[in-house]
Design a protein around this ligand. Structure first.
Ligand code: SF4
Ligand code: SF4
Length: 291
């Protein structure tokens, strides 16, 4: 199974709609939405969620109010300010707790502070018209997005291998931080989606550096390429200078946002747009096969 990871550096460049279009064009693929902080690939890949599971990461302290004597040792020891006084007793502010365990070490009353696995989010498997989608929702104020991304990838890889899917399509998270590192490792091809703008060019260069750091082959797709031809030319030059192929250029099409608002793919947009996306998928899949 070939793994293709699509990144964009920031939101709004058309990354998710391109991944959904690739999934439709591949005909058989397992897609995984690793943008767990703002997952929305599921909106473009309808189907039935056949499995929903909890994702636990880390642990959180809990104080037994019946046993707590109110000595305050746990509050004094907590470096994260997660213990607060409630009357003469103390309780844990779960969102602030890092699960480090220090409070449990200093508490003089045995078994007063216990630790529970932290529910960090939920993840689901969806059967779509063209394969499978693995998607998730990270819980509010959870800091485990990198771990959740790694978990989703493992699950998607297992499902894809079992179903003998030819492609694993990764809808990457924005930025260049921990979740991106979890999404990029070991993929066969990175596809950087950019748009001809100053910020698009800036984010693209960071992605090129990132792929180089992880030693992953990278290619570029310029979305809305005709919106600012001079910047598109500059982006092509940057890519050429670094030996990075531009595998697709998709024209600006005002129909696309309207289609996306209806949960439809840009493949239903103007013929020139749909054709450019098809050509892009052809070039991306061929580049992946070539290795
Ligand atoms: S586990 Fe650590 S962070 Fe959480 S309340 Fe105890 S000392 Fe504070
Ligand atoms: S250290 Fe233990 S007994 Fe003292 S306030 Fe904290 S939980 Fe209560």
């Amino acid at each position: 199974m070939k793994q293709i990871a699509v990144f964009s550096g920031k939101g709004g460049t058309g990354k998710t709609s391109l991944v959904a279009s690739f999934a439709a064009l591949a005909r058989r693929a397992v897609a995984v939405d690793t943008d767990v902080d703002a997952a929305n690939l599921a909106l473009l890949l309808p189907g039935e969620d056949t499995s929903e599971k909890a994702f636990y990461s880390g642990r959180r302290a809990r104080i037994d109010p019946e046993r707590c004597t109110g000595c305050g040792a746990c509050r004094d020891a907590c470096r994260f300010g997660a213990v607060r006084a409630v009357g003469t007793r103390f309780e844990i502010h779960t969102i602030s707790c890092e699960g480090c365990g220090v409070c449990g070490l200093v508490c003089p009353v045995p078994d007063t502070i216990t630790f529970e696995d932290n529910l960090a989010g939920t993840w689901r498997i969806r059967h779509t018209a063209t394969g499978l989608l693995v998607h998730a929702q990270l819980g509010i104020a959870q800091d485990s997005s990198g771990k959740l991304v790694a978990h989703l990838r493992r699950e998607a890889e297992t499902l894809g291998e079992r179903a003998q899917m030819p492609y694993l399509l990764i809808d990457g998270p924005p930025g260049i931080g921990c979740p991106v590192h979890a999404a990029i490792g070991g993929v066969d091809l990175v596809v950087a989606v950019t748009e001809p703008s100053v910020s698009g060019e800036h984010d693209l260069i960071r992605l090129l550096d990132l792929a180089e750091h992880f030693r992953r082959p990278i290619s570029v797709v310029i979305n809305k390429a005709d919106l600012a031809p001079k910047v598109s030319t500059r982006i092509r030059r940057v890519c050429h200078g670094r030996g990075v192929p531009v595998l697709g250029e998709i024209p600006f099409d005002p129909l696309v946002p309207r289609l996306l608002a209806q949960g439809r793919l840009p493949l239903d947009a103007r013929p020139a747009t749909a054709e450019a996306i098809r050509e892009t998928w052809k070039a991306v899949s061929e580049a992946t096969e070539r290795g």
